[in-house]
Design a protein around this ligand. Structure first.
Ligand SMILES: O=P(O)(O)OC[C@H]1O[C@H](OP(=O)(O)OP(=O)(O)O)[C@H](O)[C@@H]1O
Ligand SMILES: Nc1ncnc2[nH]cnc12
Length: 386
């Protein structure tokens, strides 16, 4: 599908948190900065089908809050029933929205019920960056929204159990101003032209390492004039956490070393190096992992790898950022996370930042399956797998 879309923002949060309000404000802030932005609700598709099936008024379901509240439980049951008979329906709804607004720069989607929208949907639009922004508001605040929080409404909202939103917006203060400020600070950088500049530095090599693969030479950025400096600056500024709270920058040989070393120096944080087994002196922690997606395609070799980290390098370390050049199948990041876990560092204290992600290989879904969904994973660029 030919598309100009660069960014899809999926807005999640509890009932009455102000998701639609935020979506509208963020869209107009991005518009003010010349990014063609559309804010749409994925539940409108279901509302239309529900209205057709039950003879209810579609316009009132969308615009009349009390009317919508009255039908909320029945609408939810209707959607659940539909999904039971057609499990692929959420993906179909997502793709139909994207197809409608494929000529925009940014699409802001509210109303999605998926637990982990980035892990579950991003592979469907592999050239577009997809992020989840969770809107959080106190119960008091949610009660002030017209037609907002009702004690009898299922209030669980999205769970933090095995997933981590890309960003969180606290919708508690001065309404429009705070939401505008959030869009300027956190969303505008995601469509900044510097990312395109970085992407232009990635050489595409057809039929490498196998016929049919378009290899993206992400590591080659560091061989371009100013490439490493640009990439380091972007990694530093795109990190959504707080650098002073990071105890160490963790990386695995070989690709990760280049970008992690430069970033660790820039952020003034110590490095922790993971190497293939047998290279680091004892005492070490060890794990066995399958090869990365791209290494599996290289000429015959073992299908497994043993990787190690020095125990001492992680002693006293509580919170880390993992840096890698690429995330594709997630095998490498999973191996790193297993080593960190052995050292007592839980997923909730790890953030991962990669230069390029290949969502078609479903790395995020794999990490969730392995129990690492709580790790906050961010990527500067995304590439399709063609
Ligand atoms: O998500 P995955 O499928 O694991 O792919 C990502 C990994 O692939 C590459 O490493 P590779 O293992 O090929 O080794 P290298 O860095 O030594 O080239 C890259 O440096 C990442 O670490
Ligand atoms: N096409 C590709 N180029 C470089 N690294 C990759 N990892 C997975 N797919 C890749």
């Amino acid at each position: 599908m030919e598309s100009t879309l660069k960014l899809i923002v999926v807005v999640t949060g509890k009932h009455g948190a102000g998701k639609d309000f935020c979506g509208q404000v963020w869209a107009s802030t991005l518009e003010d900065h010349d990014h063609d932005t559309r804010a749409v609700s994925i539940s409108d598709v279901t509302k239309r089908e529900y209205a057709d099936a039950t003879g209810t008024d579609y316009d009132r379901l969308v615009f009349d809050r009390p009317y919508k509240e009255h039908h909320r439980a029945a609408l939810t049951a209707f959607f659940q029933q539909q999904v039971e008979s057609r499990p692929e329906l959420p993906e179909e709804h997502f793709l139909s929205l994207v197809a409608k607004d494929k000529d925009a720069d940014v699409l802001i989607i509210t109303g999605m019920r998926d637990e982990a929208p980035v892990a579950n949907m991003a592979h469907l639009v592999p050239n577009v960056k997809v992020i989840e922004v969770r809107v959080k508001a106190s119960r008091i605040m949610r009660q002030t929204v017209p037609g907002g929080y009702h004690a009898n409404v299922n209030d669980t909202g999205p769970s933090d159990e095995n997933c981590c939103p890309s960003l969180v917006f606290g919708n508690n203060e001065s309404g429009v101003k705070a939401a505008e400020e959030f869009a300027r600070k956190h969303l505008l950088p995601l469509v900044h032209e510097d990312l395109q500049k970085l992407s232009d530095m990635v050489r595409v090599v057809p039929d490498f390492p196998q016929p049919g693969v378009n290899f993206r030479h992400v590591l080659g950025i560091s061989q371009k004039p100013d490439g490493l400096a640009l990439c380091t600056r972007l990694l530093h500024s795109h990190f959504s956490g707080s650098w002073p709270k990071v105890d160490a920058v963790v990386c695995c040989e070989a690709g990760g070393y280049v970008f992690a070393s430069a970033l660790a120096m820039w952020a003034d944080r110590p490095l922790v190096l993971i190497r293939k087994a047998g290279k680091l002196p004892p005492l070490t922690l060890l794990t066995v992992k399958p090869l990365s997606y791209i290494s599996k395609l290289a000429p015959a070799q073992d299908q497994e790898q043993r990787i190690e980290v020095e125990q001492d390098a992680l002693s006293g370390v509580k919170s880390v950022v993992v840096i890698d050049d690429v995330l594709s199948s997630g095998e490498t990041l999973c191996g790193i996370l297993q080593l960190l876990l052995q050292a007592g560092i839980q997923a909730g204290h790890v953030q991962a930042l990669v230069v390029a992600e290949f969502p078609v290989h479903r790395g995020r879904a794999f990490l969730r399956q392995q129990g690492f969904g709580k790790v906050d994973v961010q990527s500067l660029m995304v590439f399709g797998g063609e």
